[in-house]
Design a protein around this ligand. Structure first.
Ligand code: FAD
Length: 524
């Protein structure tokens, strides 16, 4: 019913063949037909009758006079295949010379058409011949019906979202990096005044007819590969402006993976186009996603000898840290990796708001014990990530690591937020040592400077045996956060590149250049 209303609205109300007129005319005809022919009504009749009237109206003036009962029978779904004929066929018959056999009731010709004409004439005084209809109308009406049914869900979705109808017809496709695929928001959780967690699932069963259903498992392999890779993101589109931004899925819970469910921690930026748009959406609203877009190949960079990952995460930058933790700690490697996360936030609620990231971190901690350490600093409480904390977690300083599980305090290091000056960027470039790893796509710090935040798929490690792995210090968060701790990313050749290491970590590298030979700094 809703769909018919949509169509009525699309057509011009005053149009001679407008659905309103046609619908009324045909409805009347249909009811006449039903009452005069005593056929039982069918739930599908209104849809069918809607499709037929224009043809009937156009053709009827040229059609031979027929009893009203027969004309009205045109619109009855049940009668279409049994008791009547089409105006078009009658019209064409009347305008063409009759075939030779037309009046020959004893014609033995086996030609099907002739046979049909004979049958028609045999029943000339009756309403029509059933076989005639089974050859013409059912094929036509079922095609129209099929097209109408196919078109209604995308049309109604497009009317609802004001979106491009062609895009909404991508319902059923698995997540892919080329096209936007519709998802539905199933949960929205406000974590702090500015950040919230959105849960989405592919648009399916309740929203579309069965043949639009995505294979429930179609997203499974796509997502499984992405989670196995470690770092990845998807784009979410703002449909009115047709712009998209990257967002990082949080690690899946329970059967999220099988159901293609994704969750995002999103911070609303005042004046931000996509984050503000997303902040206004609620449960039941649609969003369109494109991806996955794979980031750095963390495992390849850790190689066989890298066993430590330290994350400096600002705000929503915690999402890639959780992704890496899930991928690396779930691995039952001979060389177990440890992951340490220093997470900086403005408000306490960002750290441990109800149902938020704190519970995800606690779950991961429970699964992996001492292999995962994390701490949250809160600007408004005066605690910040300091150079001392980084030195400790990388094992660079002599300060004994804090071993207590869960949160630990940074008061040990005085909450120093001072950002050292980066100095001359050339000083921060790793010096060319001439060893083989200088050209390795995974382990050359020098090459990394001119690389975007992802690795070329299929590239292999070209290090010599003794240099085939490094520890990773990753910095993720807003641009200002990344620049403060690891130096700004730079633009080159139309892409955002890593640029030299600067900021707090750059200063530490200058102090202990030998130590940092075993580490790579990755900016996300
Ligand atoms: C790989 C990757 C993963 C990411 N994952 C996440 C994630 O999980 N969660 C998350 O929240 N973010 C994530 N981001 C960041 C996200 O992609 C967006 O950049 C962020 O949400 C801001 O987008 P926006 O469209 O809302 O803001 P934009 O419209 O892009 O604006 C950005 C900033 O510029 C300011 N601005 C805009 N216009 C003006 C103007 N005319 N004058 C002055 N200032 C202006 C805005 O106030 C805002 O602060 C990720 C980014 C990348 C690259």
């Amino acid at each position: 019913m809703t769909c018919l209303c949509h169509i009525s609205r699309i057509r011009a109300p005053g149009s001679a063949l407008g659905p309103r007129n046609g619908l009324q005319h045909v409805s009347r005809a249909a009811s006449t037909s039903i009452s005069t022919s005593h056929s039982s009504s069918s739930p599908s009749s209104p849809a069918l009758t809607y499709l037929i009237p224009p043809r009937q109206q156009i053709n009827s003036p040229h059609s031979p006079k027929r009893p009203p009962q027969t004309r009205s029978a045109l619109v009855s779904a049940r009668q279409l295949g049994t008791t009547t004929t089409s105006a078009k066929s009658q019209s064409s018959e009347s305008s063409q010379p009759p075939p030779p056999s037309r009046n020959n009731n004893n014609n033995n010709n086996n030609n099907n058409n002739k046979h049909e004409y004979n049958n028609h004439d045999n029943n000339n005084n009756s309403k029509t011949h059933p076989k005639h209809w089974t050859k013409r109308w059912p094929a036509r009406t079922s095609l129209l019906l099929l097209l109408a049914v196919c078109a209604l869900p995308p049309i109604s979705e497009a009317l609802r979202t004001g979106d491009n109808i062609l895009l909404t017809s991508t319902v059923g496709r698995p997540l892919n990096p080329e096209t936007f695929v519709p998802f539905t928001i199933t949960a929205r959780e406000q974590v702090s005044p500015t950040s919230f967690i959105l849960t989405v699932r592919p648009l399916h069963a309740r929203d579309a007819p069965s043949f639009f259903l995505p294979d429930q498992h179609a997203n499974g392999p796509v997502l499984a590969r992405a989670w196995q890779h470690g770092l990845w993101s998807v784009e979410i589109k703002q449909p009115q402006l047709q712009v998209a931004r990257d967002y990082t899925p949080l690690p899946p819970r329970d059967d999220d993976l099988d159901r293609g469910v994704l969750r995002f921690l999103i911070r609303r930026l005042d004046g931000g186009e996509v984050s503000s748009y997303l902040s206004r959406l609620g449960v039941g609203d649609g969003v369109e996603l494109r991806g996955p877009h794979l980031g750095f190949d963390v495992r390849a960079r850790l190689g066989d000898s890298g066993d430590s990952v330290v994350f400096l995460a600002g705000g929503t930058g915690i999402a890639p840290a959780l992704q890496a933790a899930r991928a690396l700690l779930d691995d039952n490697n001979e060389q177990p990796t440890t992951v340490s996360i220093l997470w900086a936030n403005r408000h306490r609620a960002d750290c441990d708001g109800p149902g938020g990231i704190a519970s995800l971190l606690a779950e991961e901690k429970q699964r992996h014990g001492d292999r995962l350490r994390y701490a949250c600093t809160v600007d408004e409480e005066g605690s910040f990530i300091s150079a001392g904390a980084i030195a400790e977690l990388t094992g660079m300083s002599s300060i004994t690591p804090v071993s207590s599980p869960g949160w630990f305090s940074f008061s040990l290091w005085g909450g120093n937020k001072t950002v050292p000056t980066a100095g001359d960027a050339r000083d921060l470039l790793p010096s060319a040592t001439g060893i083989a790893e200088e050209s390795c796509p995974f382990h050359s710090a020098r090459r990394l400077v001119a690389m975007p935040a992802r690795d070329t798929p299929g590239a292999g490690c070209t290090c010599k045996e003794q240099h085939h792995g490094k520890n990773l210090l990753m910095v993720s968060g807003p641009d200002g956060f990344v620049a403060a701790f690891a130096g700004a990313k730079v633009w080159g050749a139309g892409r955002e590149l890593q640029g030299p290491v600067g900021g707090v970590v750059g200063a530490l590298k200058k102090q202990y250049p030998g130590f940092w030979a075993d580490w790579l700094v990755l900016k996300l």
